[in-house]
Design a binder for this molecule. Structure first.
Ligand SMILES: Nc1ncnc2c1ncn2[C@@H]1O[C@H](COP(=O)(O)OP(=O)(O)OP(=O)(O)O)[C@@H](O)[C@H]1O
Length: 707
């Protein structure tokens, strides 16, 4: 008896398994044919409508074939379903064309949309989304084994999960009717096995997919970061830092989710939904149609809610970013806040920012509450209907009590699945949008190219600015340099002087190839700068700026920044020339002292001297000092000057406000209005009694000079 019962149970399971396998097979064949029909090659060979109808016929034949092979002769209802399903895209497309004279292109993503009855999106947008999506899939190729493992476990979890409500209903039926212990025990065992299988598979699926997503996100973040570091300086001036960091942190994570999470959730939920509909149909097709009647309402409500919620979430993120920015500004500039007594004003500003966030959060909660209410009402109404008709069907013997319980369990799962499908589909479109933004930066070619190959063994350091015209990308209407020409010779010191904001530092930026002049060119030893290899150029031309930037790390790491394998002796030699060695040796850990974030644990003069050592260790052929003296005292300045002038054949370009620094220069160039106004030695220019003479009177007298 016990054996017979087990056999009966096993037979039921085998039949149901066979049906589920047939179902999965049919869905796979169907999707394969549908997606294959979207390929451009079929489009060009058959034409749009022939392709659609041909595909519809093939899908119909394939689905009927699968049903015949696995289930035997299909029932009339199944044939009707297959016919409607296969013809839907072709009918939809032909109808759209007939009524609106336009192609809706019910393509790959459109298929899901047809079912979920979403509003159509543009053909171009969809095409773009498809291309982006495929690109993300290709980028995942390193994680294909993990993804594949995840998919296998996903399918197992779904299959096992689908049987649990079925056995719950069976247990109730066994308990309710004439109770057989064996039936009851075997139903319990199967239920336990399916629960265990579903939990283990779900765990494995989660683990594998999370690993794949993390590894992908890390990879794409590094790729994007590398692409960003190669962009020209103008790019960083025209695009807000917030936008760049948002793409680097937020959008890359979203892209990772596109395939890794969303596709899996979509696939799992889709399979589960179809499986549940199938099992519900088996339990009672009349009740199933009743439940399915409210599906469009569920999808629509979810769609409206998601759109509103996402819009509010975006606004919240923006408002939070503003509040954070306000707080950061105050924390980093707390000295200014304290000295100007603006604590209250800044607190009010922060409070205002937070109030905006608070208002948005209230709106978000209200939308959430209304949505929850509508969902509850919808579910309640549907439950009342199902219970009412369920009772009628039990009375007429069309369904058992256990089957009704199974049906209700499936029904509540079905609602969740449809909501998930709607949400994930919308979220996937968002993620694809984020992928577009990430790829935009990944594909961007820097406007100032770094493709030069020239690396001569010998470099003299002859520099020639030839008729430069230049405007900054951030302000293209303001010409900063006009017909600017200048020669810098090896072994000579050239000093650029002039009033503030007249274009001196701009010359340095162009020499460093931060920007490309709109007209004219800069030659190094007779060859345009862009022909030189990027690394070679920045080793041979070194710059020390007026605001030295150090990175967190030790003094030693900061001096050898960007170079590999420098010995401590070389580092010390550079530090001695920069007059930094003495103060470094007085520190407890010497060259291994941490400088803190941005070099914050050192004084400005110390930071400046480390920055000079960092430039000198490269033994540059061209050295540029851009107003470094503003943070050095006279003694330090003298010592540095002496050691710099002792380097033979070096081309030295100095921008300075102090007389001492430039008096000894071989050539002094007065820059005014973006042009070279005067040129000569100190004495020659003094004798001319022109702009330099006036500047000397105004700026360079020691008492007046900036210290
Ligand atoms: N990144 C930028 N984007 C747009 N305009 C800029 C940028 N940098 C400088 N400018 C503008 O270009 C002009 C020349 O600036 P530059 O820094 O070359 O002057 P400078 O002579 O070196 O001044 P200072 O002696 O004060 O350093 C100024 O009017 C300045 O406002």
């Amino acid at each position: 008896m016990k054996l017979k019962c087990c056999r009966k149970m096993a037979a039921i399971t085998v039949t149901t398994m066979r049906k589920v396998v047939a179902f999965i097979l049919a869905v796979s064949v169907d999707l394969l044919l549908f997606y294959a029909s979207g390929f451009a090659v079929f489009h060009s060979v058959f034409g749009h409508f022939t392709r659609l109808w041909l595909c519809a016929a093939l899908r119909w034949l394939a689905l009927i074939g699968v049903s015949l092979l696995t289930l035997g002769v299909p029932k009339a209802l199944l044939i009707r379903f297959i016919t409607v399903h296969s013809l839907l895209p072709a009918v939809f497309e032909t109808g759209t064309n007939a009524f609106y004279r336009e192609e809706s292109e019910c393509g790959q993503l459109g298929d899901v949309r047809c079912w979920l009855m979403f509003s159509p999106t543009g053909k171009e947008k969809k095409q773009k989304a498809r291309v982006l999506f495929m690109r993300v899939v290709r980028l995942y190729r390193h994680d294909y084994p993990l993804m594949l493992g995840g998919l296998v476990f996903l399918s197992l979890a779904v299959i096992c999960e689908m049987f649990i409500p079925f056995y719950t209903g069976r247990v109730i039926d066994i308990l309710g009717s004439n109770y057989h212990e064996n039936d009851f025990l075997s139903a319990l065992v199967f239920m336990g096995l399916y629960s265990l299988g579903s939990s283990v598979s779900a765990g494995c699926r989660g683990g594998l997919l999370t690993c794949a997503i993390h590894s992908f996100t890390c990879r794409i973040k590094v790729m994007l970061f590398e692409a960003l570091t190669k962009q020209e300086i103008g790019f960083f001036e025209t695009i807000k830092t917030g936008e760049i960091t948002s793409r680097l942190f937020k959008d890359t994570t979203l892209v990772g989710k596109t395939v890794g999470l969303n596709v899996n959730v979509l696939l799992r939920t889709f399979l589960k939904t179809m499986g549940m509909i199938y099992l519900m149909m088996n339990l009672s097709w009349k009740l199933t149609f009743l439940v399915l009647m409210e599906t469009p309402i569920t999808g629509l409500l979810q769609n409206i809610y998601d759109t509103h919620y996402q819009r509010l979430s975006l606004a919240m993120q923006g408002s939070l970013a503003l509040a954070n920015e306000a707080a950061n500004e105050v924390v980093s500039g707390i000295r200014v806040v304290r000295s100007f007594n603006t604590e209250k004003h800044e607190t009010r500003r922060y409070d205002n920012c937070l109030m905006d966030t608070h208002k948005l959060s209230i709106r978000q909660s209200t939308v959430g509450a209304v949505y929850l209410l509508s969902q509850r009402v919808r579910r309640l109404v549907m439950q009342v209907f199902v219970l009412y008709y369920g009772r009628l069907f039990i009375q007429s013997g069309q369904i058992t009590m256990g089957n009704l319980v199974s049906f209700i369990l499936y029904q509540s799962n079905l609602g969740t699945s449809i909501r998930t499908l709607t949400y994930v589909f919308g979220d996937m479109l968002n993620s694809v949008g984020a992928a577009g933004k990430v790829f935009e930066y990944l594909d961007r070619k820097a406007l100032v190219s770094t493709d030069g190959k020239l690396q001569p063994d010998q470099l003299r350091g002859d520099i020639s600015f030839r008729s430069l015209n230049f405007a900054y990308p951030a302000n293209p209407n303001k010409t900063v340099l006009q017909d600017f020409s200048l020669e810098l010779k090896p072994g000579q010191i050239t000093a650029l002087v002039g009033p503030s904001g007249e274009g001196k530092s701009t010359c340095v930026s162009l020499l460093e190839r931060f920007y490309e002049p709109q007209e004219g060119e800069i030659l190094l030893d007779g060859k345009p700068l862009k022909y030189y290899d990027h690394c070679f150029l920045h080793k041979k031309i070194a710059v020390v700026n007026q605001e030295p930037v150090l990175f967190s790390g030790t003094i030693r790491q900061n001096i050898e920044y960007g170079l590999k394998g420098c010995s401590l002796d070389e580092i010390k030699e550079a530090a001695v020339k920069a007059n930094a060695h003495d103060f470094i040796m007085q520190l407890e850990k010497g060259y291994d002292t941490e400088v803190g974030e941005g070099g914050g644990q050192l004084s400005k003069s110390e930071r400046q001297r480390i920055a000079i050592a960092r430039a000198l260790i490269r033994r540059p052929q061209v050295l540029i000092l851009d107003e470094i003296t503003s943070s050095l005292d006279a003694e330090n300045e003298n010592k540095i000057q002496q050691s710099l002038s002792s380097i033979p054949n070096q081309t030295l370009l100095v921008i300075a406000h102090r007389l001492k620094t430039i008096e000894n220069a071989d050539q002094i160039v007065v820059v005014s209005g973006g042009k070279v106004k005067e040129r000569g030695t100190h004495q020659e220019l003094m004798d001319m009694k022109g702009s330099y003479y006036k500047l000397k009177e105004e700026l360079f007298t020691e008492g007046n000079s900036p210290q």
